[in-house]
Design a protein. Structure first.
Length: 361
């Protein structure tokens, strides 16, 4: 359910341990440089040609996708003077979302969450290095990121992004990661409504499996959204000077979104628990109904079995005239057999009427 990559015990701190062959993709680089009146986007084979500092009034966003080349990550750290402990956390995917301040940059870890085509929840670590005028993002793979709307806003110049600095870009990416939880929760809510309808009409094990899957998804969401709320809170109170006062206003809105998501997660967890209890109650009620019917049937046949058993003893020896006889009555009467059947029918009908009067049927 949860994936976390560790170093071998005893490894020295800040050691960059490469992935095994086939575990990680070869990195690709995309550079977007923009300002109020200008935007330039290009795909790069490497980042060596990038100048450390962008032109005044411009923002540079370097997006690295893939963790399969440790040497490229080392070179990136040396070029931009990134702390080696932060680079180690980049490779150790599955980190708890956090913010770590260093000398001249901030290291931000977030978990990007999205649904796979089969409905399973997938998380991907996004590492960010915020420098003056530069934002470096490092993803595990390039196929499923949620940053498309941010790129579109940069290209079209909509909103405040082209007029703001790299700190606003970091906020925009965090906001995209946080807001992407809302459609996931909406999908879960619709699914649980369908499960509730099915539980009320015809409960089945399929509903229970779906509920357990949703509860696991909600637990994962809570595990990653809760610390992301702390990330936004830390950025709100960051004193390094890399976060402008104008950006903090937007970070407050992002923080409010994390609160809303947590409220929805807790509400849906309660709903899932309630639906599971509803299923167990309905199964118990159905079992009780079946047991009641079977008990009534058994109760009806108990006296009939008694009568049939008594008459099945067949004590029919004739007694001498004037002698006392303990033989069974009606054995030699022509209407004895029908009379016994009628007696048994009357006993059964009487029991059924009695059960209905007691409201047991």
């Amino acid at each position: 359910m949860f994936t976390k990559r560790f170093s071998r015990p005893g490894t020295a701190p800040a050691t960059l341990t490469p992935f095994a062959p086939g575990e990680a993709l070869k990195p690709t680089f995309r550079l977007i440089e923009y300002g109020p009146e200008h935007v330039e986007e290009q795909a790069l084979d490497s980042f060596e040609s990038i100048i450390n500092a962008p032109s005044e009034g411009k923002v540079r966003w370097l997006d690295m996708c893939g963790l399969g080349d440790v040497e490229a990550l080392k070179s990136l750290g040396e070029k931009f003077q990134l702390h080696p402990l932060a680079l180690e956390d980049v490779l150790h995917v599955g980190q708890r979302p956090k913010v770590e301040p260093y000398a001249d940059h901030l290291f931000i870890v977030a978990q990007m969450i999205y649904l796979q085509p089969n409905g399973a929840l997938r998380t991907e670590q996004v590492s960010m290095f915020l420098l003056q005028g530069i934002l470096i993002t490092i993803q595990e793979e390039p196929l499923h990121d949620v940053f498309g709307p941010v790129r579109d806003r940069i290209r079209s110049g909509r909103g405040f992004i082209r007029k703001s600095g790299a700190d606003y870009l970091a906020y925009a990416l965090l906001d995209a990661i946080v807001d992407h939880c809302f459609p996931i929760l909406e999908s879960l809510g619709e699914s649980m409504e369908e499960i509730e309808t099915e539980l009320l009409s015809e409960p089945s094990k399929k509903c229970v499996h779906a509920l357990h899957s949703h509860r696991r998804t909600l637990m994962q969401l809570r595990r990653f959204v809760w610390p992301e709320r702390d990330v936004v809170s830390l950025l709100l109170h960051e004193e390094s000077g890399l976060i402008a006062a104008s950006t903090r206003v937007f970070l407050r809105d992002c923080y409010d979104h994390t609160i809303q998501i947590m409220d929805l997660v807790e509400s849906y967890r309660d709903v899932a628990a309630g639906l599971l209890e509803m299923y167990l109650s309905s199964v118990s009620l159905k079992t009780n109904e079946i047991m009641r019917v079977l008990t009534v049937i058994s109760s009806v046949f108990i006296p009939l079995t008694f009568v049939a058993g008594v008459y099945g003893m067949n004590f029919s020896q004739s007694s001498e005239k004037g002698e006392f006889s303990m033989n069974m009555p009606e054995l030699h009467q022509p209407w004895g057999y029908p009379a016994c059947l009628i007696l048994m029918a009357l006993i059964a009908i009487g029991q059924i009427l009695f059960f209905k009067r007691k409201k047991w049927l």
